[in-house]
Design a protein around this ligand. Structure first.
Ligand code: F6R
Length: 615
């Protein structure tokens, strides 16, 4: 979603803004802009589409730029008003002296806009953001102090904002404020940064101050001052970022998605590290801050998440119910927040999120906390808002995920759920000890099995080539791999724009089978070990009888499979209960190669954002 970077200091300001925005690009955007303080003037450059267009725009105007000393930049993902030059940020007040960039949504912008128009403000865009520019300029005209003007303005805003403001009359001062949208200050020497997310500043500093809701930062090159909305100084902790700049490099891979798929074996090793080190020792989850006594009596867990994280949660439900016998509900955050739930102080609520910034999940977590539930967050971003709300936190340690399509974070979430489910089972003594030992042994083997898949992808590439012209797909599975079918279909849909749907295989004949013919391939996930295998096999026969082309994803060498299916994608043998952690890999690769063959923008698919910070 939108991204913000601000800088004041001794470096090349334009270069810092562009690098910062480039490192936020993965979040998804449709236009970009920067405002710089140069030669005692505020100069604004905007463009539609990718950052390269903005770079070209600035290059063309190079002769008018002297030596900028500070600036703010923005990439916009349209919410209010279409993606257009006039709606791109930065926005200004009527006279152009004050500039604003903003992430989030101002809910009362229409009322404010009407009031400001009556005061003589001239609006040019359809955005909610422009209202902030006029409002702060109006407040500034009353007090002649930018910090106070921002403070007085944000008190009037309803909704979500991370906002950065500069004023021509206040040289090299950037004022930032936030509510329900992430914002941080990067602390340097003789320079300071402000940004909506850490990748924007990681090349320059690891020292970070995270703003909390209703806080205001006044940033100059030599000073950072944080106050609350009433102007009271807040003493904030300077935290050290856990990332290295190399996390933002493709390291020779054509796309971040391919790199991230290939990182999965190491990601699994990272997740297991320190938690599962000896198959004879119990899983160690020091992060779970609930006593064993309470966990033993726990009879309800609710998991809330969105998208890919929701699919990982479905596997989590299966595992916790199977291993620990605790009833688990899984719900999309966007549904949970608009109904009367039964969450109470005896419920364990688990929020799952790669980014830790998904607006719906944050709202859901806050609602659960208001009901006094213990909130456990599983996230890849221990530096996120969601992590800050957690009573217990399981960091999934997948490293920064740049490609919009989640891959390694999904696998890391799955492994976290395996650990959590076994941990609960060990506390409740609900599983046979030798079964647990075997599971742990197999968990440790998973990275090597995934390496086996990644070492030869020619079959998957061949399958992608063969099927890339189809417009519709159905993915079927049962049991623990139903989530794999949902996730595989989502991957294909989001990066290739092919219509793919995951279905419980047994549901096929209750409706979807009507769509089957030679134009609708069916991908069946058949992992031997339980009753599901034979059942999915016979559901696949039913599809074949309707002339559907069939793809099998399996670890089986069964001759029936070879004769029934048009293409067989093989994965190494694995315990069925662990199979989602390896079955997802060929499906990620299949989606990747299909999108590649179709020439799609794999890392930044249209209309999507990496971090969905609006509800
Ligand atoms: C799909 C994808 C999205 C996210 C969803 C939730 O590849 O990435 O479906 O999973 O937007 O995001 P997080 O996990 O950051 O809360």
């Amino acid at each position: 979603m939108c991204g913000i970077v601000g800088y004041t200091g001794y470096r090349d300001v334009i270069d810092v803004l562009f690098k910062g925005l480039t490192n936020l690009e993965y979040r998804g955007y449709d236009s970009a802009g920067i405002a710089i303080r140069d030669d005692n003037k505020i100069k604004i450059y905007k463009s539609l589409g990718k950052l390269i267009n903005l770079k070209n725009e600035v290059k063309e105007k190079q002769t008018e730029i002297v030596k900028p000393t500070s600036g703010i930049g923005h990439i916009r993902w349209a919410t209010h008003g279409s993606p257009s030059l006039v709606n791109a940020h930065p926005h200004t007040c009527t006279c152009g002296n004050l500039v604003v960039v903003h992430n989030g949504i101002i809910e009362n912008y229409k009322e404010l806009r009407e009031q400001l128009i009556k005061l003589g403000c001239e609006f040019r865009s359809q955005t909610d953001t422009e209202t902030i520019a006029h409002l702060v300029a109006h407040e500034y005209s009353k007090v002649n102090d930018l910090e106070i003007a921002v403070r007085n303005s944000v008190k009037q805003l309803q909704g979500a904002y991370a906002v950065c403001v500069m004023h021509k009359e206040v040289p090299d001062v950037i004022v930032g404020a936030r509510k329900h949208a992430p914002m941080l200050v990067g602390v340097g020497e003789g320079e300071n940064f402000i940004a909506s997310d850490t990748p924007a500043i990681i090349e320059y500093t690891k020292k970070t101050i995270y703003l909390d809701d209703n806080e205001i930062a006044v940033v100059t090159k030599d000073n950072v001052k944080i106050t609350d909305v009433n102007g009271v100084i807040v003493n904030k902790k300077v935290e050290i970022l856990p990332w290295e700049p190399v996390a933002l490099s493709k390291l020779g891979y054509k796309h971040f998605m391919l790199k991230e798929i290939h990182e999965q074996p190491d990601v699994i090793r990272n997740v297991l590290n320190g938690k599962l080190y000896d198959i004879d020792a119990p899983i160690s989850l020091n992060e779970v801050k609930i006593s064993a006594d309470i966990l033993k009596k726990l009879n309800k867990i609710e998991i809330i998440a969105c998208g890919t994280s929701l699919h990982a949660s479905l596997v989590g439900k299966y595992l916790i119910e199977d291993f620990a016998g605790i009833s688990v509900e899984v719900e999309p955050s966007s549904e949970y927040i608009y109904r009367k739930t039964t969450t109470d102080s005896s419920t364990l609520v688990i929020g799952v999120s790669q980014s830790g910034e998904t607006a719906d999940t944050i709202t859901a977590i806050k609602q659960a906390k208001e009901k006094n539930a213990h909130v456990l967050i599983i996230t890849n971003r221990p530096d996120s808002n969601m992590a800050r709300l957690a009573d217990s936190l399981i960091p999934v340690n997948a490293g920064i995920e740049v490609s919009v399509a989640a891959t390694k974070s999904y696998t890391a979430q799955l492994i976290s759920f395996y650990l959590l489910a076994i941990y609960l089972a060990e506390i409740k003594n609900s599983l046979d000890k030798s079964y647990v030992k075997n599971l742990k042994h197999e968990l440790i083997q998973l990275p090597t099995k995934i390496e086996e898949i990644l070492s030869n992808t020619s079959n998957i590439q061949e399958c992608a080539r063969k099927f890339s012209s189809f417009k519709n797909f159905i993915y079927i599975a049962r049991g623990i791999n139903l989530a794999t079918a949902y996730e595989g279909a989502l991957k294909l849909k989001e990066i290739s724009y092919i219509n793919a749907t995951g279905y419980p295989a047994g549901e096929l004949k209750h409706g979807p089978i009507a769509m089957l013919d030679e134009t609708m391939p069916v991908l069946s996930i058949l992992m031997p070990g339980g009753v599901c295998y034979e059942k999915v096999l016979s559901n696949s026969e039913e599809a074949k009888a309707r002339n559907a082309k069939l793809i099998a994803l399996t670890s089986s060498d069964d001759d029936n499979i070879k004769s029934l299916f048009d293409v067989v994608l093989k994965v190494p043998q694995v315990n069925e209960i662990l199979s989602p952690a390896i079955a997802c890999v060929p499906l990620q690769l299949l989606a990747y190669y299909i999108a590649e063959f179709l020439g799609k923008d794999v890392d930044q698919p249209r209309n999507l954002a990496k971090s969905v910070t609006v509800e």
